[in-house]
Design a protein around this ligand. Structure first.
Ligand code: SAM
Length: 304
């Protein structure tokens, strides 16, 4: 009899524990620390979904963003490209990989202004078609080669240790599995060469519970809308160190405030396409401390 009671108590505790875990997962959008369980289970389909998303939205991006799909930008795109080329340490003679190249605005600029070889990769078939067409017109076929493929498979698409730099220009955040992606990028880099990332990363969470909740909601909406998996800065550095990379530089893009477009392009894109991150709860945000859900960063990791 007492044995039955003990078993019943254990079963009840187990049941309660399952409910608590379920509630925790539900409230945290099925994330545990850095792991998004929904992406873990559906991960392999994600690159295709990102590709279809861009195939469908390319015209809208072209209309507002032009041939460079970067939201943290200068008003004059040439200045942004020149800034990135300098910041990413591009030098004549290099062979670089532009992973997640979009319509190729940056790659075309780099090829026109530097004596370098560029492999440009995108998951969107339509972006690749547009880029190939632009490469032909600009007579840059001997400098840029464009492909359609998944950057999680870089090490299957390109030769081992064949690049001097791998660039992720607001594309890294699309990775459903950053660990797999960085490992694949490490495989195609020569020793002493590097990964350059420019992207948005999650902002540190404030202590205030309401602000925290709003930021989490904003991040989830942003990820859903843009098919993103907004990366965590500390987790990215941790992963790179595990792969034996050295953090060479880390900064917020520091082009001058006069040159910055002050989010005009992204705001115009949101207006035209009815995009809202906060489900019309913007007024609840603590304007000073909680308003922005992400911070832009640039970083260089050198392969040891
Ligand atoms: C925000 S756009 C940035 C484009 C480009 N870097 C630029 O500066 O204009 C993100 C790009 O990442 C690419 N991308 C996303 N997931 C990818 C994947 N799994 N493999 C290859 N490219 C991917 C998209 O196709 C798109 O071109």
């Amino acid at each position: 009899m007492s044995c039955c009671i003990i078993l019943a108590i254990i079963a009840l505790l187990f049941f309660l524990m399952c409910i608590l875990i379920g509630v925790y997962l539900f409230r945290n959008n099925f994330r545990i620390m850095y792991f998004d369980l929904t992406k873990f289970f559906n991960g392999r389909e994600i690159p295709e979904k990102v590709g279809s998303y861009y195939d469908e939205w390319n015209d809208r991006y072209l209309e507002t963003y032009g041939d460079t799909i970067q939201s943290y930008r200068t008003e004059d795109l040439n200045e942004l490209h020149a800034y990135i080329a300098k910041s990413a340490g591009l030098k004549d003679g290099m062979r670089i990989l532009d992973a997640g190249c979009g319509f190729g605005g940056p790659a075309m600029y780099f090829a026109e202004h530097h004596d370098i070889q560029i492999e440009a990769l995108t998951i969107s078939q339509k972006q690749m078609d547009i880029l190939k067409h632009n490469i032909d017109i600009a007579k840059l076929t001997d400098k840029i080669s464009a492909k359609c493929g998944d950057f999680h498979d870089l090490d299957k698409i390109y030769n081992k240790e064949s690049f001097d730099a791998v660039l992720f220009l607001e594309s890294f955040g699309h990775a459903w599995n950053p660990k797999k992606l960085l490992k694949a990028a490490a495989g195609v880099l020569k020793t002493g060469s590097y990964i350059y990332i420019k992207d948005y990363f999650k902002k540190d969470m404030p202590d205030d519970r309401l602000q925290k909740k709003l930021i989490k909601m904003g991040l989830k909406n942003m990820d859903d809308i843009y098919r993103y998996n907004t990366p965590d800065l500390y987790h990215t550095i941790y992963l790179m160190r595990k792969l034996n990379f050295e953090l060479r530089s880390l900064k917020i893009p520091d082009f001058s405030i006069e040159k910055w477009d002050k989010n005009k392009v992204i705001q115009s894109f949101h207006q035209k396409n009815n995009i809202a991150f906060y489900n019309n709860k913007d007024h609840l945000f603590d304007q000073k401390n909680g308003r922005f859900i992400v911070d832009p960063y640039e970083m260089i990791f050198v392969k040891r």
